[in-house]
Design a protein. Structure first.
Length: 280
């Protein structure tokens, strides 16, 4: 009787776990689904019940110069952030994994520290600092702030990949006369490419979707996509805002997915191009 009872209790435990998990996913994704659905509402009031299906709000969104300017600003900042953080992340992870030097543990802690501090606290702190030194808010400071927030994640991703790359490949290249830079370029970097692409896409997403840091660090008169949504919400909640939210969802979710698909496709093509070993 006891084994049967334990088996029944195990089934109920799994059912309860599944039910709780389902509730959590509904709680997380229901607002996103509602935003996407209401962006096609024909009524000017952004709520249920829907009065019809319409794409007019996307048309108005494309004709809104303020939204287009915010999109261009966010896109430019995200691209610069992704490029800069990828370069910094690759160099930093290579130094932390391959070399021993004084202050290595301190450097590792300082690099990861921005990811451990809440963005709001970090944003307020840096805002107080630039006010204390009488430094006006500029686009350069905004980009540097985004880089500061994204670097830890790129370093963690590339460092995890770097640990898995065996040192013997680099040592073999060095023993054959290659310079350290050539060894890194021809041996290490190609093996590191999946982590580099993943880090760049993550940095792009973090920067494009950042709200709290942009609120504190953006110059006067400059709007990014998240801050533009917040300013539009102060007026009213219309399907145009839902359409803008849907675009944000597509960019922030679609970019990593497209990058992952492209990486898988390139990997398959590379494997097909490699000569197959003959079976003796």
């Amino acid at each position: 009787m006891k084994p049967a009872r334990r088996k029944e209790e195990g089934r109920w435990a799994w059912r309860l776990t599944g039910f709780v998990t389902l509730c959590v996913y509904i709680f997380m994704f229901a607002p996103i689904a509602a935003t996407v659905i209401l962006s096609f509402n024909a009524s000017m009031f952004g709520g249920f019940p829907m009065t019809g299906f319409s794409l007019q709000w996307y048309g108005k969104l494309m004709a809104n110069e303020a939204v287009l300017a915010a999109f261009r600003t966010s896109l430019w900042i995200a691209l610069v952030t992704a490029a800069a953080t990828t370069a910094i992340g690759v160099v930093t992870s290579f130094a932390l994994v391959r070399f021993e030097f004084p202050g290595k543990q301190t450097l590792s802690t300082l690099v990861i520290l921005p990811a451990l501090v809440p963005e709001t606290i970090l944003g307020v702190g840096l805002l107080v600092l630039i006010k204390a030194v009488d430094q006006p808010r500029t686009m350069l400071l905004l980009v540097l702030g985004h880089i500061l927030l994204a670097v830890p994640y790129v370093v963690l991703i590339t460092q995890a990949r770097m640990v898995g790359i065996r040192r013997v490949y680099e040592e073999a290249a060095l023993s054959l006369g290659a310079s350290r830079f050539s060894s890194f370029r021809e041996i290490t970097l190609p093996l590191l490419i999946p982590a580099v692409v993943a880090g760049a896409l993550l940095a792009f997403t973090i920067s494009f979707d950042n709200t709290s840091a942009s609120l504190f660090w953006r110059p006067a008169g400059v709007e990014t996509m998240p801050t533009q949504i917040l300013s539009m919400l102060k007026i009213s909640i219309s399907p145009e805002i839902n359409a803008l939210g849907t675009v944000m969802i597509l960019v922030t979710v679609g970019t990593p997915l497209i990058g992952g698909v492209l990486m898988q496709s390139l990997t398959k093509l590379r494997r097909r191009g490699e000569p197959k070993e003959e079976v003796k």
